[in-house]
Design a binder for this molecule. Structure first.
Ligand code: FDA
Length: 318
């Protein structure tokens, strides 16, 4: 994650309104964005989802949007998720038997209103509750994404509350956070679904490990806690060393193929995704769509110097 020396600058740019306008308006950006994003519309996302499901993988669809500061936009996000859940309910996978749901949606609480100046947490909670009820009717799971560290407490407490009524609700933990291992211990209980990732935001040293080696070591410590726990670990990484280690940990803790899943982002290591699914592993693809792709796209550029180089070269060689 942190092997890229330009990462802090790119993540700062991810918050710049001026750059956002310049980059989103540049015609060349589109073709590169489409590597990571299924399309602007729900119909495009569902078509891509169909193909992924048919290839033996599972999906988690994300309607892009974050840092909403107006209540109407949060309501529009809820409406889009409800329409998405209604469409997913029509897929045969929604009715398939088994403990593991093949269809999932991912949501960011900041898109549901968490940061609204008045009553943000209460509004996000009610919106999330509405989505959980609809997901349950649809036969679809929900996992709540992890955003920057200032939202971690609010996010985990909201997930904990909603799990009283919707025990299948998942949460994401980020191994770059110094608190991650303790959070894993708290959340490794029966029925808990935890997606473990490294973390994609720019965080200060006071709360987050900075060197890649420390983030990776923390990931392995966290993963061991989850594997030895009683929940359902979701191993969200493209890192080959960690994926191999996850296999040995699962064997050590007596977990079968159905007791954990691998997850990767749409457009990243597609061949490896297919290889894992082909070997019988449960593999879920995180599939984002929508017009608010700027923040998500910039985090993908920041992760990998090669992505940034490719992006910049395409500007220069037009
Ligand atoms: P690492 O960055 O070390 O990469 C390992 C290898 O993967 C690289 O060598 C390369 O081959 C490949 N790779 C990684 N990123 C790439 C890229 N952008 N383009 C091309 N190749 C790439 N973060 C967060 O803060 N909150 C969240 O809620 C989520 N949710 C989430 C869900 C899922 C399903 C995944 C897979 C990831 C997330 N993330 C996330 C993102 C996560 O925190 C992290 O930033 C990325 O997954 C990249 O880290 P890796 O674990 O892949 O390792």
């Amino acid at each position: 994650v942190f092997a890229n020396p330009l990462r802090p600058a790119i993540l700062a740019a991810a918050r710049s309104a001026t750059l956002k306008t310049a980059i989103t308006k540049a015609p060349v950006t589109r073709s590169i964005v489409s590597r990571f994003i299924a399309g602007d519309t729900r119909a495009q996302a569902l078509a891509v989802a169909r193909a992924i499901l048919d290839s033996g993988r599972m999906i988690s669809i994300d309607y892009l949007g974050e840092d909403t500061t107006d209540a109407a936009q949060a309501q529009a996000t809820v409406a889009e998720y409800l329409a998405l859940l209604a469409d997913l309910a029509e897929m045969p996978e929604a009715k398939a038997p088994g403990q593991v749901r093949r269809l999932e949606v991912s949501v960011k609480l900041s898109a549901l209103g968490l940061a609204l100046p008045v009553d943000g947490p209460a509004i996000a909670r009610e919106n999330a509750r509405t989505l959980c009820a609809a997901a349950e009717r649809a036969g679809v799971w929900i996992t709540v994404d992890a955003e920057d560290h200032t939202t971690t407490d609010a996010t985990l407490s909201l997930v904990r509350d909603l799990r009283a009524d919707h025990p299948w609700l998942g949460a994401v933990l980020q191994s770059y956070l110094r608190r991650a291992e303790a959070d894993c211990r708290d959340l490794a209980g029966p029925g808990s679904r935890i997606r473990l990732c490294k973390g994609a935001y720019r965080e200060p040293d006071s709360v987050a490990f900075q060197p890649k080696s420390e983030v990776d070591a923390s990931y392995l410590r966290c993963l061991r806690v989850l594997m030895e726990g009683r929940g359902y670990p979701m191993v969200a990484t493209h890192d080959p060393a960690i994926i191999a280690e996850a296999g040995s940990m699962a064997a050590d803790s007596g977990r079968g193929r159905g007791d954990l899943e691998h997850q990767m982002l749409y457009g990243i290591r597609d061949g490896e995704q297919l290889r894992l699914a082909g070997r019988g592993a449960q593999m879920r693809v995180y599939l984002p769509y929508g017009s608010q792709w700027y923040g998500y796209f910039m985090r993908r550029l920041a992760e990998r110097p090669a992505n940034l180089g490719f992006f910049l070269r395409s500007f220069l060689t037009r």
